[in-house]
Design a protein. Structure first.
Lengths: 248, 76
């Protein structure tokens, strides 16, 4: 069942989203060569709690940290730890928080220092593909319209979208229906109605779309070891068009 | 945090074998009039069932590719 959020719930999700957008801005500014992923996680945890919100990822299905950090060939769900960020890294930050019972989920890939031209293009195309998806998040469209718009932009640029992981509905839980794949057929899937909230999150690989899970049971890497990028926003479907709750 | 893709639900349909093709593939005419290609599932093969033209069969079809299926059972 896809839940329709009330006006007050949508208001709270905007509030939660704004906090998360601010948090991610500060985290992005902190990402530099020499910092460890564990230190970025501690900062995330502190900022979220300072805002009076709850770090949603901490303990979610047993995830041990407040932030997912996935570097270079890591796609999503990397666990922060002792790894040191280096010049030229692609660092994907993925964060979720709960404010008054409502979730916001968002993330972005940060380019550290001198990254390769391919990495720059990958990050740019991934960011654009999220925008293409968000444009389709309007009442009367279907989930497949979002999926197809993302896929079209990514594949037109010679990259591939991850199949095994998808975006999702969001609200009083992080993962709600419907699933929001980054691949699909325009016009297919559930109809979008005002009051829906979706986490749209293209995960884009430079090479093949195939991924693998590391033995830590969380970290997802590209099967061919090539780079991956990711952007995510929590988007509210309204009569006035898509509202990006997690915009900074 | 991304959500793991749920496995696709299979659609179960019924049909009649029109002709056996090489490589244990069969052309099957479905009750809705569509013709699809189907191969025998493991259990259908291992019980040494001879699937012949005219047999009624139960088929699973993946929603993303409705032109192919797997025969899961021969119906009597």
């Amino acid at each position: 069942m896809i839940t329709i959020k009330s006006e007050s719930e949508l208001g709270l999700m905007r509030e939660a989203g704004r906090l998360l957008g601010d948090t991610l801005d500060q985290l992005e500014a902190a990402v530099r060569p020499g910092i460890t992923t564990g230190e970025i996680d501690q900062l995330a945890d502190k900022l979220i709690r300072q805002h009076g919100a709850i770090p949603g990822f901490l303990g979610y299905n047993g995830f041990p940290k407040s932030l997912c950090i996935s570097v270079n060939e890591e796609v999503v769900h990397g666990i922060p730890g002792k790894r040191e960020i280096k010049d030229g890294d692609l660092v994907s930050l993925d964060c979720g928080l709960i404010l008054d019972g409502l979730w916001a989920d968002s993330g972005r890939t940060v380019m550290v220092g001198n990254v390769s031209d391919e990495a720059k293009r990958l990050v740019e195309v991934t960011r654009e593909s999220l925008d293409r998806g968000i444009e389709q998040a309007i009442p009367g469209n279907r989930v497949g319209d979002i999926s197809a718009a993302v896929q079209r932009h990514v594949e037109a640029n010679g990259f591939s979208v991850v199949r095994n992981f998808v975006g999702h509905g969001i609200g009083r839980n992080m993962h709600e229906e419907p699933q929001v794949p980054n691949f699909g057929v325009a016009g297919a899937g559930p109809l979008l109605r005002p009051g829906y909230a979706l986490a749209i999150e293209p995960m884009v690989n430079a090479g093949s779309h195939e991924v693998q899970m590391l033995p830590d049971r969380w970290t997802i890497i590209t099967a061919d070891g090539r780079l991956s990028a990711y952007f995510e926003h929590t988007v509210l479907i309204t009569d006035d068009g898509p509202v990006v709750a997690t915009a900074a | 945090m991304a959500c793991a893709m749920a496995p696709e639900e299979k659609v179960v349909v019924f049909g009649t074998i029109v002709e056996p093709l090489p490589n244990a593939i069969f052309r099957v005419s479905l009750e809705n009039g569509h013709k699809i290609l189907a191969h025998g599932s493991g259990s259908v093969r291992s019980t040494h069932l001879r699937l012949l033209a005219g047999d009624r069969v139960k088929i699973e079809v993946a929603p993303h590719d409705p032109t192919r299926g797997r025969i899961v059972e021969r119906l009597k």
